[in-house]
Design a binder for this molecule. Structure first.
Ligand SMILES: Nc1ncnc2c1ncn2[C@@H]1O[C@H](COP(=O)(O)OP(=O)(O)OP(=O)(O)O)[C@@H](O)[C@H]1O
Ligand SMILES: [Mg+2]
Length: 318
């Protein structure tokens, strides 16, 4: 069982790579689940099939299932289930009034909706119904917020726990009795969930983040920031896909030749910038890459995810 996240700047081809890899991995007999955590879902578009917020089998590709996680929907469910407990914790520990608490406890808490998406993913993985889980993430900034979230949430839980502790201390002194409320259970459960997400994302045997980029100076600069940030978060990154490369076999086309020359220089820049990563270039296709046939033709290097773990990664550009 393995989780592969696809991330990068907007429009570089994350959804296309995730979908292409999913179709080919399923073709090779792996039970594959393709998941989108990008609020602007586009798996339906890429696979040319309507995909909803529940796991569903993809018609036309054996072994492939997909879902587009609705973080907002999960968050509402979560609020229904735990809202009262969180409010109670906040009320007992602070001098905030109801209104403040409502503000605090809303979707605007940065990333709380997204942790819901990861929680759902972890739960799906625990069912072990698939061999591989591929996650299409939102464009860079957003994806980073999602990945940094377990740390933020951890902090949040610490603060809440401290509030609970103070409250419990006061109450037990006054009432001379130990109290245990569902709010405490909630904190422990959240803490466990956060740990689980963190553990999964940082385990190189179970998870890797494939970074997608294109040969453009600005995009490479942002890719560098993403790779640095992922290293800081201790998320394993081993490979970089350089998408939309023009072919060196361009015949007499002067335009293509010039583009190829420029891209070649930028590819070398990528090699210098990311010496620790295996680079792979994907060719620019003459058409949009949508639907099973074209996704297969992209020939995404899926051997990456099925070769035995720990096999030596070749540094060469395919
Ligand atoms: N190698 C390629 N050749 C030609 N077209 C491509 C290639 N890769 C991706 N595309 C096209 O580029 C467009 C953007 O790709 P995609 O949606 O995968 O990017 P993305 O990184 O997921 O975007 P977003 O950041 O908006 O989620 C799509 O229309 C896709 O078909
Ligand atoms: Mg996308």
């Amino acid at each position: 069982m393995k989780l592969v996240l696809f991330g990068g700047k907007g429009g570089v081809g994350k959804t296309t790579c995730a979908s292409a890899a999913a179709v080919q991995l399923a073709d090779a007999g792996n039970r594959t689940l393709l998941v989108s955590a990008d609020p602007a879902h586009s798996l339906s578009d890429s696979l040319e099939q309507e995909i909803g917020p529940e796991v569903q089998k993809i018609e036309g590709v054996t072994n492939l299932s997909a879902l587009e996680i609705s973080a907002e929907r999960l968050f509402l469910k979560f609020k229904e289930e735990h809202g009262e407990e969180i409010k109670r914790i906040l009320e007992t520990g602070t001098y905030l009034d109801e209104g403040d608490i409502d503000d605090l406890f809303s979707l605007s808490i940065p990333g709380l909706d997204e942790v819901m998406a990861f929680k759902e993913l972890v739960e799906l993985m625990e069912r072990e119904e698939h061999d591989l889980y591929l996650l299409d993430t939102a464009p860079t900034g957003h994806a980073l917020r999602l990945l940094a979230l377990p740390e933020l949430l951890d902090e949040w839980i610490r603060v809440l726990a401290r509030m609970r502790y103070k409250y419990r201390y006061v109450v037990s002194r006054l009432a001379r009795r130990e109290i245990h409320e569902s709010a405490d259970d909630f904190l422990f459960t959240m803490k466990r969930t956060v740990r689980k997400i963190q553990g999964l994302l940082r385990d190189p045997d179970r998870c890797e983040f494939v970074v997608v980029t294109i040969p453009e100076t600005m995009v490479i600069a942002e890719t560098r920031r993403l790779v640095e940030e992922l290293a800081r978060l201790k998320i394993p990154v081993r490979r970089l896909v350089v998408n939309r490369m023009v072919s060196s076999e361009h015949g007499a086309c002067a335009f293509c030749h010039e583009r190829w020359q420029e891209q070649r220089g930028l590819l070398q820049e990528c090699e210098r910038a990311f010496p620790q990563l295996t680079l792979f270039k994907l060719l620019e296709r003459p058409h949009q890459v949508k639907g099973f046939q074209r996704l297969r033709e992209l020939q995404f290097p899926v051997r990456w995810f099925i070769e035995p773990l720990g096999a030596p990664a070749d540094r060469s550009i395919a």
